[in-house]
Design a protein around this ligand. Structure first.
Ligand SMILES: C[S@@+](CC[C@H](N)C(=O)[O-])C[C@H]1O[C@@H](n2cnc3c(N)ncnc32)[C@H](O)[C@@H]1O
Length: 191
């Protein structure tokens, strides 16, 4: 059974077999994964763009991903241009976040999505332990491994200055985005 042929009422009434429910969840998953024809990566730093370009070439993705030098506070693309705009660990570094969010809204087509991946505030009872971790431990690890204490101290400081979850959701709404949702999670990254 294809998902198109399923009535919502059947799902709600629990009339479907286990196999049908499994197929539906697989289809929904496919629909939720973006598979864009074209990706444009924008960064204000020429050096960072070069790092990105190298990785793109290594992965043979040059025909799909284009890297562009530009400022998120003044995005060099027309209104409603993108289906989805996403920023990972970058909003925190932007000087005028409200202006950047407004620009992201302007270039996202109606019905499109903004996905922001960012550090945020921790649960209140864990605040003290997190402060110790981010201001004492992380810079020391940075000094030891990357020989760069300052950048890791800046990282902790910039996270502290970044708006909390509710404030950020409000900033997104003020920029024009609807249906804002916050998800908590952990992020791990490879090279
Ligand atoms: C912490 S890095 C994250 C880079 C990448 N998204 C990642 O996860 O590896 C933040 C990036 O945001 C860029 N950035 C800061 N302000 C910007 C702005 N106004 N417009 C475009 N990029 C900006 C910086 O140059 C830097 O490359």
């Amino acid at each position: 059974m294809g998902i198109e042929t399923v009535e919502l009422i059947d799902i709600l009434d629990n009339k479907l077999s286990r196999e049908d429910r499994y197929n539906i969840s697989l289809n929904l998953r496919k629909w939720l994964v973006l598979n864009p024809d074209k990706i444009i990566g924008l960064d204000i730093s020429a050096g960072m763009l070069e790092v990105g370009k190298k990785k793109i070439t290594e992965r043979k993705l040059d025909s799909k991903i284009q890297m562009v030098l530009g400022d998120s506070e003044n995005i060099p693309y027309p209104d409603n241009y993108f289906d989805c705009v996403t920023v990972a660990f970058g909003l925190r570094n932007m000087t005028h976040k409200n202006r950047a969010l407004k620009e992201m809204h302007r270039v996202t087509r109606r019905g499109g999505r903004l996905i922001v991946l960012e550090f945020s505030k921790v649960w209140k009872p864990l605040e003290r332990i997190y402060e110790l971790y981010s201001f004492k431990l992380i810079p020391r690890i940075g000094k030891l491994i990357a020989k760069d204490e300052g950048s890791y101290r800046y990282l902790a400081e910039s996270i502290r200055m970044h708006p909390g979850q509710k404030e950020l959701a409000k900033m997104c709404r003020d920029a024009g985005f609807e249906n804002t949702a916050i998800r908590f999670g952990t992020a791990a990254r490879g090279q």
